[in-house]
Design a binder for this molecule. Structure first.
Ligand code: FMN
Length: 195
């Protein structure tokens, strides 16, 4: 086998969220790598193997379309709470990344399983993306900012009312690394039942 438990442990524990301000915006990641990221995402488990994910990849000038859409959607809906800095971040962030992938859940028309299971399957797919990106030494992170929870945004991503936009996975070449990760001790999160 080309991998060992030690190398998998290391990959999982070394993965960090790397944010747009940490990317080198001049680097365009080879589409072959992005395709591997997407392919690995589709190897996530899903109940009944329904594969309820859909990914919309924004690359090149496509990132500008996403940037405009999320900034203008924010402006149109913010009313008195409008903040110029938020608007500008929404406009700028996609262009700092090489690729931005919209993370979508397409609900099974037969609704065979509870919705949470289809959401969970997409989350598994996103973790596969994150680990693949980390394995290539690239930066990535999942954001649920911008238009993520806006009903009116669904159409832009080809989603119907029963589907869900679950956020965006940003990918870029790392210019500034993330610091050490932090996790609570296992004892706080695990209960053992041993008879
Ligand atoms: C569903 C989900 C949504 C997230 N949304 C955001 C976000 O909107 N903004 C952000 O800065 N980080 C976001 N994150 C990244 C978390 O902040 C990050 O995973 C956490 O701080 C742990 O850091 P690590 O990923 O480096 O281990 C999100 C992560 C997940 C799983």
């Amino acid at each position: 086998m080309p991998f060992t438990p030690d190398s998998i442990n290391e990959l999982i524990r070394q993965r960090r969220s790397v944010f747009p301000k940490q990317y080198d915006p001049a680097v365009v990641i080879d589409e072959k790598i992005i395709r591997q990221v997407l392919e690995n995402a589709t190897w996530a488990p899903s109940h009944g193997n329904l594969q309820p994910w859909k990914f919309v990849v924004f690359a090149g000038a496509g990132r500008e379309k996403l940037a405009q859409f999320q900034a203008e959607t924010y402006k149109a809906g913010a009313g008195d709470n409008f903040k110029q800095a938020t608007y500008e971040n929404l406009l700028a962030n996609p262009l700092k990344a090489s690729h931005v992938i919209a993370l979508c859940m397409k609900r099974d028309p037969n609704q065979k399983f509870p919705e949470i299971e289809e959401i969970s399957a997409v989350a598994c797919a996103v973790q596969n993306m994150a680990l693949t990106v980390a394995a290539y030494g690239l930066g990535g992170y999942w954001t649920t900012g911008g238009v993520t929870y806006k009903e009116s945004a669904k159409e832009f991503f080809g989603l119907g009312t029963s589907d869900k936009l679950m956020g965006f996975f940003y990918i870029g070449a790392i210019a500034v690394s993330s610091g050490e990760g932090k996790r609570a001790p296992l004892e706080e999160k695990v209960e053992w039942v041993m008879g």
